[in-house]
Design a protein around this ligand. Sequence first.
Ligand code: BDP
Length: 691
Amino acid sequence: ETGINAWLRIVALNTSANSPVDTAGAELQKGISSIFGKNLTIASHSSSSASIVVGTVSEYASAYGQSPKTPQLENDGFWLNTTGPSVQILGQNERGALYGAFEYLSMLAQGNFSKVAYASNPAAPVRWVNQWDNLDGSIERGYGGKSIFFTNGLVVNTTDRVSQYARLLASIGINGVVVNNVNANSSLLSPTNVAGLGRLADAFRPYGVQVGIALDFASPTEGLVYGNLSTYDPLDAGVISWWQNVTGTLYRTVPDFGGYLVKADSEGQPGPLTDNRTLADGANLFANALKPHGGILMFRAFVYNDMINETDWKADRANAAVDFFSGLDGKFADNVIIQIKYGPIDFQVREPTSPLFAYLQNTSTAIELEVTQEYLGQQCHLVYLPPLWKTVLDFDLRKNHQPSLVRNIITGKRFNRPLGGSAAVVNVGLNDTWLGSHLSMSNLYAYGRLAWNWADDPQAILQDWTRLTFSPDPTVIQTITNLSMSSWPAYENYTGNLGIQTLTDILYTHFGPNPASQDGNGWGQWTRADGKTIGMDRTVSNGTGFSGQYPQEIMEMYENITTTPDNLVLWFHHVNYTHQLHSGETVIQHFYNAHYAGADTAQTFVTQWEGLQGKIDAERYNETLFRLTFQAGHSIVWRDAITGFYHNLSGVSDTQGRLKNHPWRIEAESMNLKGYKPYTVSPFETASNTT
Ligand code: BDP
């Protein structure tokens, strides 16, 4: 060192390779150089003249011979103090120090140089992401290219993209990643792949992100690894020791392995019910194997039979989670967390809160969200998701007539649980944009910020993201705010209203409009639409009884159509198309009006974005313009398909006479198309000109 940087230096109190504090020092160096063009040196020893000190509280105490004065910090929490002669960034643990460094950099990058001194603690210990990556490199419900983890049945050799992902995750406080699909494959447990998981963990470790994997319940009988048993019964001694061995092997390679995620007895996946064991028996099998190593088991509540009899008017897929977990509260090992999708069905554009959050009081829970927009436009549509997530997280379930916000349940606060938190299915891929679209990355950023503090404001988070990602220019911020904050309401308007769900093709693609596909199959996302009526009656008095799964006050609200909010009326009630809503509109007229309003809003996205030309680099400007133009067109396809479908079914005309006259629509028949063949589309309303 020449001394040229004088007092401008960073002290990282742990500079051993792979330590998150060492990473924090390097990130501060990199960040400050890119924000201010100053190259600070990093020292590992204490120095009273350092400009920034980063480390853990105890590293600080031993380096400086005195404990820093910080408020109580929780696991992963940090203290950030910019008021003294040197900036202090002190974590309760190494991860916390790294999070503090990212927070400080985020402030500086947004031009915020105010003097602050505060502690920040995460809302919950589990802030994970899930990736649905298959070993062949494809990603289930992934729209950003191939897997960054796997190729041709094996873990990748080069982990540069993995390190970059680790960095992104750490910068938003995420501390765990499940790298493979919940529809899991036991060959991930082969010695070669376990060694590969070691490589992935090496890439995640410097960023404080723990690796976990999803398991195939039937692995012991599949003969792919460690012998071939004749059963996967969770109470069988051979099965128990089989999983203990596998778990021991994993921890020998990855000592800080996070744990397992299990999808059992759902959509054809094997599980404990095959052997007449309970879901708790199944979960505890893995939890007990993980326990001596300190790992946790995320057990999914997404358990249902996908061949439900539609003619049975009492049958209801929404009932499945509480039904399957009934009698099991308190029967799970203490390192089990039940991972519950936000709604009772499946990531729809509007769902009521899953009642399982209230049912489980003596069991730790986590909410499962989707950053990947499976039913919500697959990153071809802009949909900023936090306002949707908030409808569930801020929902008060009134358990035992006490305030019971979902966000206080999953963080363990409401029922005094030691564990809990969240997992978001992210599904980034090799595409440079990660998710396939620039604007959809606000959802990943916001997920991390919310998992740290569920009370944070979606719009403020979005604006931080915009400043960091694009520009501090007020026009850029205003435009991206307008687009994003109106995007989920618009998408709901043109895809599926009043709690009828997203009227996509449900049989596989989950993308374009196909209202007819909802009914007449065993998947249970039914609309119960006929010529006169629509909606699922889920009341106790007359329907499937689903509303009875809620605590009393909530049950009473949904049981009664007059107290059910309009946005969920068709979720809970079966009504005539001419039923009058609280808004004064009829159900069918609301459908027409909402679909036109939603598509109209989507048209404005293009013109609003065009106002940013020259204010954003050309590459991201053009790529986003392309996506928004597609969305504008596809919203019209949605509008005409859904309004046409229900008009044909109900025979009720639009009071504004819009259905035969399609503004902005260009028929395929009026175009000169090369390389296209006519194809019979079902339902025909989805097609141009009804053919
Ligand atoms: C559904 C997806 C399917 C997943 C399943 C799950 O369509 O690909 O495997 O959820 O969450 O939404 O297990």
